[in-house]
Each structure stands twice: as C-alpha cells, then as structure tokens.
Design a protein around this ligand. Sequence first.
Ligand SMILES: [Zn+2]
Length: 242
Amino acid sequence: MNRDELATLRAEVAQACRVAAARNLVDGMLGHISARIDEEHLLIRCRSDSDNGVAFTRPDDIRLIRFDGTPGIEGELDGYRVPNELPIHVETLLAHPEYRAVAHLHPPAVVSADLAGIAIEPLYGAFDIPGAWLARRGVPVYERAVLIRTAELGKEMVAAMAGRPVVICRGHGITSAAATVAQAVLQAISLDRLASMSLRVRSAGGTCKPIGESDWTDLPDLGPSFTEAAAWRHELARLEHR
Ligand SMILES: [Zn+2]
C-alpha cells in the first residue's frame, strides 16, 4: 500500500468513526475502528492530547501500527497512544483473515437491551432487511463486562463471537467485523436499530417475537455489495448536514 492509498484509508476510518458517533453508537472518548493493511499492520483510531472525542475524529488520529502495538513506520506513534483495547482488533483480525475492518463501539441501546434480558430477534423484516438477516443468523453475547486489554481476553471475546460478524459485550459495547470499514459500521447501525426497536416494543407493552417463517423467502438477502455503497453514501451525506 503506497502513501496515497494509506492516506485515503486513514480518511475513510476517520469518517467511519464520525458516522458511528453521529448514529449514537459511541459517546465521548471511547470506541475505535481499525482497518487491516496486511498480516502484520493495521490502521487504528488512536488517542492524543488534542483528542476531542470520537465524533471529531481527524484522519491524523488514525495511525499505522503493527499487530503488537508498536509503530508501523517510524514516528507513527509520536504524540499518539494506541487504545487499551487493541487486542479486540488484533485477535479478531488474526482469527478471521476474511475481515479487513473491526469496529468496537459502545451503543447504549444495544447494551441496555442486553442488560434487560432482551435477545436480538428478527422482529421485523422489510424495515431493515440486512438487519433482519443479521438477527436471524444470531447475535452472540460475550458475557464479561471487562476491559478487553489482553490477548487472552481478546481471544475469549473472539471465541464468544462464534464465527458471527458481531458480538455484544455485556455491560460494555459491541464488536463488529467485516470486509470493509463501511460494512463494519453499517452492521453496527443495524444491530443498534434492532435493539432500539426491541426496547420500544417492550416499552409499549409488547413482546419481541420473530417474524413468520414463511416471510423469509420474500426478504431477499442481497448482500453487502448491493446495499453497502448506497447506505454508506447516505451516512456520509448525513454527516455533512449536521
Ligand atoms: Zn470498549
């Protein structure tokens, strides 16, 4: 990857952080997104003394590091610190070569729905088809509320993910992994929408139950390549008009 490509990807990860904040998937300083460069390097949202929080992420906040947390090129971490929960990103990428991006976020709706004992169910269909399929295939829970700052805890979380692209970390947040940075965040938005709708249904006195089995044949799973580009354009446009 040359310097221009690297700069483009830094800007993309920074935008993804701002989209996540705009969608209330993170608040304040916590939460980070990464993109794999190769088998030993990744770009990740780092911290610095001029950091104003995830909603205000700049391309410069995205630093190139090695999987062991050291600078990817000389000077890359001058004035920047890698997040404590780097193992979330590294262990997910090591375990799954197919993933090129990882988003670790703290969406209040997902955390509160899980704490309320609500399992993520496909309670709607055409309202959000990718979200419905995400729920149908199952959203696992990592039951520990710890700060995932060691390789051991990272591996434990990846094991709880059980091959699914998203996992809820109880009393903590979520991890969403995908082939692209956009997809990792869009998936998180879908999960947040499922959790928010479940909370609303419960608050209105209803029960969250899955849609009818016969409906699935008419909910075509067109895959991320069909919906991702348009959905991401919308997210970026929303950012511009805030
Ligand atoms: Zn966290």
